[in-house]
Design a protein around this ligand. Sequence first.
Ligand SMILES: Cc1cc2nc3c(=O)[nH]c(=O)nc-3n(C[C@H](O)[C@H](O)[C@H](O)COP(=O)(O)OP(=O)(O)OC[C@H]3O[C@@H](n4cnc5c(N)ncnc54)[C@H](O)[C@@H]3O)c2cc1C
Length: 496
Amino acid sequence: MPERFVEASEIERDAMTEPPRISRPVPAEAIAALKAVVGPSGYIDQAADMIGYCKSWRDDWFGKTPLVLRPQSTEEVAQIVKICAAQGIGIVPQGGNTGLTGAGQPRDDMTDVVLSTARMKAIRGVDTVNDTITVEAGVVLKEIQNAADGVDRLFPLSLGAEGSCQIGGNISTNAGGVQVLRYGNTRALVLGLEVVLPDGRVWNGLRGLRKDNTGYDMKQLFIGGEGTLGVITAAVLRLFPKPTASETAWIAVDNPEKGVALLGHMQRSMGDAVSAFELICRPIIDFLLSGVPGHEDPMPEPHPWYVLMNVTGQGAPGSLHEPLSEALAAAFEQGLLRDAQIAASGAQAAKLWKMRESLAEAQVAAGGSIAHDVSVPVSRIPEFIARADAALAAAYPGIRHCAFGHVGDGNMHYNPVRPVTTSWENFRVERGRINRIVHDLVVELGGSISAEHGVGRSRLAELAHYKSPVELDMFRAMKRALDPQGIMNPGKAVPM
Ligand SMILES: Cc1cc2nc3c(=O)[nH]c(=O)nc-3n(C[C@H](O)[C@H](O)[C@H](O)COP(=O)(O)OP(=O)(O)OC[C@H]3O[C@@H](n4cnc5c(N)ncnc54)[C@H](O)[C@@H]3O)c2cc1C
């Protein structure tokens, strides 16, 4: 690849992620005081043991810290934050560290401590009349789903990393996942929060209310705030009736136009029973089948695009099978689909969803991709994919197209994979230029450059580029109002 393509925004990115330096290094007496707060089992200070806290899930962001703190209570978090505030020490809140934007790692100069919520694992209460569950920030998402299931309820947030991501991280990234279509993203699932503010005060907003019109709704600032405004320590979450009927279908379609038309058809036929609707291109299925063990092609013939769909409801088990078959048959008659299979068992459905959850590994196996987590109005998804594919093919002959995502929400993971003849090192330096081609198109189509993964460090320069000066001013005003010293997750999410 030509040298000149080493892109500007990579350089801008480095400049923008250099926040004003606060204190360097973290003073020894502060480290001793912080250790005293959590006791010997509540911190890690050996470099080898801190590696997992300092690098990102995709191995694309690294940092260094003198100390990882693992408090067990809100009170300990508050004491930690007070010490850091007094000394101007950066704090990086961290949950399961599965985030994909470089938001959860410290900077590289030992000026930040990492505050892991991994030991804040209590489920404080379940109210099956109010349909709420109150949990601490470090509870793993899967454990919340299981706890809800145990009282015959559903906590609908569901995503590939659910076995390791924590609810504090889910809230701080306003995570989306596969059931947004029916239940909304994390923002729609949170009723109340408890937060340690950047000066160490505790805000108890743990209200289980569906209506509360008493002025500014402060919790909304911390949802999706990526740890830049405070440390979330607990949350009240909404529960839902557990579906008693569920069907999963794997459907072959000609192209994204047909996929989007099929979505409309299914929603008109089955209403909000359509709880998940994922569009998946064939190339990534090929990457999966050749590179990740344990998967098999669900259909005998390959097809250019697929939809993975769930329908769920409250009827008798199996009661959705017939309406689903009829709706799919009508779609076939209308030329909206090529072939469709309804999973014959829960195990088969789980296998199909396992394929969907393994698509991140498939890209790694294919040699590495440049990720875009974008949204456009659902009606414009086909145009977006066609134009992005054409523009990238012209700029990078041999680039391998790879798009999949939560099409029901207009959210695509558009992740072109390097040409087989180009090394990853030569491809990755193109990131900024590729981002610009894709994001210019997204913005032209009225979309967002980050649909569900957030901003972190990887989208910071892009945010500064695309947001209006007015909106950026509001971001900065909010950050300065709550965190005037800039100690909360410095250098992430807010271009200062
Ligand atoms: C295989 C895979 C699939 C994924 N699929 C999806 C998907 O479908 N949809 C989606 O939205 N995301 C997805 N993600 C991204 C990721 O899982 C989510 O962003 C998740 O919500 C992060 O949770 P975490 O606990 O790992 O947070 P972390 O990665 O630890 O942190 C993420 C951000 O939240 C902040 N933070 C963490 N805890 C707190 C706290 N208690 N208080 C304040 N700030 C905090 C961190 O500082 C950081 O800014 C996926 C990731 C992987 C690896």
